[in-house]
Design a protein around this ligand. Structure first.
Ligand SMILES: Nc1ncnc2c1ncn2[C@@H]1O[C@H](COP(=O)(O)OP(=O)(O)OP(=O)(O)O)[C@@H](O)[C@H]1O
Ligand SMILES: [Mg+2]
Length: 264
């Protein structure tokens, strides 16, 4: 489904600011894999997401989706296959547009033609139905400007926009980190439901260790641009936060330092 082979990314090469963001990453996701990703600040997690989505090009290595090389395709050409939700609730939606216009834009993502923001009655009713599944009343606010929504509402909308066209791959980069605990829990629950329902192949970066263990069927730990541990479902079931952090420390030689870490 998704395959990265020998992917490396260096920032500011040859300068004193040189930074290895990814070093020889090899990763293979099967269809329906739901992989949680943890690692210290600067470990390369967001860079990995950017390289998969096409926001950045790797210096070396290949990215394959369903067997086709995509590392040279620009982001908009990959967007048909990839849904993404960012940490910042402001990042995934257009604030001056209405909820239905945002949904129409997401609906047409990656398509060549069509009225980008056009909303007809059939679409409106489909959007309303999709929104009502979030269970937070957004279906009654189709013409509200997205800039007026709370952070949690915007993340719920972003999640819907990223997934309702059933992408091949869903990328979540700490998408609950900017929310208060109650809203974060809501978004986590919606995330689980949508992924399960659509069997989406998912990579989810999280700062929440309990979630990293509980969600998904596989857990990846990154450190200094490398994948240092890849824990399959069977081993994940027996993990505790304490054991997970212990393993991280043992392998990397230092404590996991994440300024947004939540232990559970
Ligand atoms: N555009 C850029 N230019 C220069 N350096 C960058 C750029 N993007 C990332 N880096 C550097 O690459 C390294 C990996 O960054 P990345 O954002 O992938 O880490 P991360 O694991 O997502 O960290 P965090 O937990 O803080 O979000 C860091 O040292 C970072 O400073
Ligand atoms: Mg990051």
């Amino acid at each position: 489904m998704l395959q990265l082979t020998h992917v490396s990314k260096l920032f500011n090469p040859g300068t004193t600011d040189e930074k290895v963001a990814l070093m020889d990453i090899n990763l293979h996701l099967e269809p329906g894999d739901f992989v949680t990703v943890i690692g210290s600040n600067g470990a390369g997690k967001s860079t990995l997401m950017n390289i998969i989505s096409g926001g950045m090009k790797p210096d070396a290595g290949k990215v394959l989706i369903d067997g086709s090389e995509v590392q040279n395709l620009p982001e908009f050409r990959r967007s048909r296959w990839i849904g993404r939700v960012f940490q910042d609730p402001m990042a995934g939606t257009a604030p001056r547009m209405t909820i239905e216009e945002n949904l129409a834009m997401a609906y047409n993502r990656g398509k060549k033609r069509g009225l980008r923001f056009g909303v007809n009655a059939a679409k409106r009713s489909m959007f309303r139905e999709q929104l009502s599944r979030l269970g937070i009343g957004l279906e009654n606010r189709l013409r509200a400007k997205v800039g007026l929504l709370s952070g949690g509402e915007r993340q719920a909308l972003s999640l819907l926009m990223a997934t309702f066209t059933e992408p091949q791959i869903l990328l979540l980069d700490e998408h609950t980190a900017a929310l208060d605990p109650a809203r974060a829990e809501l978004i986590t629950r919606l995330t689980e439901e949508i992924i399960r329902e659509l069997s989406l192949t998912t990579l989810m970066v999280t700062h929440n260790m309990e979630q990293a263990i509980r969600l998904g069927n596989r857990l990846i730990m990154m450190d200094k641009g490398r994948i240092v541990l890849d824990i399959p479902r069977e081993r994940k079931q027996d993990l505790t936060v304490e054991r997970l952090l212990g393993e991280f420390e043992q392998i990397s030689g230092h404590k996991l330092t994440d300024d947004r870490i939540v232990l559970g």
